[in-house]
Design a protein around this ligand. Structure first.
Ligand code: ADP
Ligand code: MG
Length: 507
């Protein structure tokens, strides 16, 4: 080989070494970046863990907070509101009843015909948008519109002879209300874009009742109810062992049947039945045992109601997709696995919970649904399969934690009323002794997250059984309920319509 040949050979060898070194370097860097993503997901998973021991701490904390909220006004983050519902429908109701649900941009009117023996013979519903301008005008204009719509509905659905029977109306008003009796309550504040200033601190039933008279509608608002109380009413209508109800949809809440004498903050509360449904407003529950991550802290800090609704922000539909979005954002920041950073990743609520659920439940072998949603919703393209798998894992961690915490909340309620197989609590202290005979216990569950998200529902059901243990679990039944805010309100109007005297007294 001549000098030139030797030089060429050496040059080639050096060049291929250099290329190989660059390739190896790239691969090492890419692997390092990949491990950063894996580590971010692992850290999140670790922080969000809900082993059964931790869930039991949440159970105890829920029971103790419930006790504190019943002991004194402001004694807990749980408001534990009196609903003045002291007896629930039992299936014997008959006749025609109406319900009105005002809770957002749409309102609903409903008419049911009850035939006794737990039968609903007829059921008409109408859903109508509330004109935007009425949401910020006067209470008179607002309720006139509602009353006119109700009048048209009554005239359309009921022939005259039926209408003469159906005069009682259940009213679900999904805004914060301080209830003063079963059929009265004052608006504390508006939410969800409403701001009819002259209504704040006014009795909402009185406003509605006056509008009905102005329209010549001879109807009686028999019950003002929260949607969770409506769900409990539907549950109890079909099954008398129903003692609590949970709503897990966009937001979350729970209510249950309590002994009137356990409502310590309301001394002298007397009810004919000896019981009273308590609206917990459990979305605001908080405990140091909740597995909170940095993503939850950021979500709360950037929310319009920070330090409020802490439990809701970990378990309800409005937030789950956004927690996942925050973790994907972090994954994208620590590596280039998702390509160039997409600004959608820093947009609040860019990923909704139903889309997150669709990624979680993607059963295609190449996770094509995940790829599509990342592309169309978050503007992230060409994500490798192994990264798509990690995204599914993040969805799983968020959903599993939410469902298991909701399950712990449910068992907390059962513990408070002595239906979890332990001794319940006295004076805020938890007793750990199993005692007495277990009774069949039903919890009614409503809301889109539970009814439409199969994996969430399965995780929740499993966790309730896991916390209770195999001896007690068979006694506790979770029943899916539909439309507590509609049918439930009409049922409460039915079960309370025949009353001529108040069955609840506060001495
Ligand atoms: P609301 O809570 O507003 O009364 P719903 O009870 O119907 O209404 O719950 C709607 C919420 O449930 C949505 O905001 C969404 O978070 C959640 N949701 C609905 N469908 C699904 C789904 N398929 N997968 C996951 N979450 C869902
Ligand atoms: Mg609802």
């Amino acid at each position: 080989m001549g000098k030139l040949g030797l030089g060429l050979a050496v040059g080639c060898a050096v060049a291929s070494c250099a290329i190989a070194a660059v390739m190896v370097g790239r691969r090492v860097r890419s692997r390092r970046r990949w491990w950063r993503v894996v580590r971010a997901v692992d850290e999140f998973e670790e922080a969000a863990l809900t082993p059964v021991g931790r869930l039991k701490q949440v159970v105890d904390a829920m029971a103790v907070e419930m006790h504190a909220g019943l002991a004194s006004e402001g004694g807990s983050k749980l408001k534990m509101l009196l609903t003045f519902v002291d007896s629930l429908p039992d299936g014997s109701e008959s006749g025609i009843y109406y319900a009105l649900h005002v809770g957002g941009t749409y309102f609903r009117i409903l008419r049911i015909q009850l035939g006794g023996q737990k039968s609903i013979l007829g059921h008409d519903v109408e859903r109508k948008p509330i004109p935007q301008h009425l949401m910020t005008r006067t209470s008179e204009e607002f309720f006139d519109f509602i009353a006119l719509s109700l009048k048209e509905f009554v005239e359309r659905t009921g022939n005259n002879s039926q209408y003469s029977q159906g005069k009682d109306l259940g009213f679900t008003f999904s805004f914060p209300v301080k209830q003063t009796s079963l059929s009265s309550g004052t608006l504390i504040k508006w939410t969800k874009g409403f701001s009819i200033d002259d209504m704040v601190e006014k009795d909402v039933v009185e406003c509605l009742q006056r509008a009905l008279s102005r329209r010549g509608l001879d109807m009686n608002v028999a019950a003002l109810v929260n949607d969770s109380v409506g769900t409990l009413a539907v549950g109890h209508f079909y099954d008398k062992d129903t003692v609590a109800a949970i709503v897990i949809g966009t937001g979350t809440n729970a209510c249950y049947l309590e002994r009137a004498d356990a409502v310590i903050k309301c001394q002298g509360l007397l009810t004919t039945s000896g019981g009273m449904v308590i609206n917990m407003e459990w979305g605001n529950f908080w405990s140091s045992h909740l597995p909170r991550t940095s993503y939850d802290i950021d979500l709360d800090a950037e929310s319009h109601n920070s330090n409020d609704q802490g439990f809701e922000k970990m378990i309800s539909g409005l937030y789950l997709g956004d927690i996942v979005r925050r973790v994907i954002c972090k994954m994208s920041l620590v590596s280039d696995i998702f390509g160039p950073f997409s600004s959608k990743l820093s947009t609040q609520f860019a990923l909704s919970t139903p889309l997150m659920a669709a990624m979680h439940e993607d059963d295609t072998p190449d996770l094509s649904e995940v790829a599509k949603i990342l592309e169309e919703t978050l503007d992230i393209h060409d994500v490798p399969l192994k990264a798509r798998k990690l995204v599914v894992k993040v969805c799983d961690v968020v959903t599993r934690r939410a469902a298991r915490l909701a399950a712990a909340g449910i068992v907390g309620i059962l513990k408070k009323i002595g239906r979890d197989g332990t001794g319940g609590i006295t004076s805020g202290r938890v007793k750990g002794v199993k005692s007495g005979k277990m009774r069949r216990t039903v919890v009614a569950v409503e809301g889109g997250l539970y009814t439409s998200y199969t994996v969430f529902r399965e995780y929740l059901n499993e966790a309730v059984a896991e916390i209770l243990g195999e001896e007690i679990a068979p006694y506790v039944i979770l029943k899916e309920m539909e439309d507590g805010s509609g049918i439930g309100a009409a049922l409460l109007a039915a079960s309370n319509s025949a009353r001529s005297v108040d069955t609840v007294q506060v001495l």
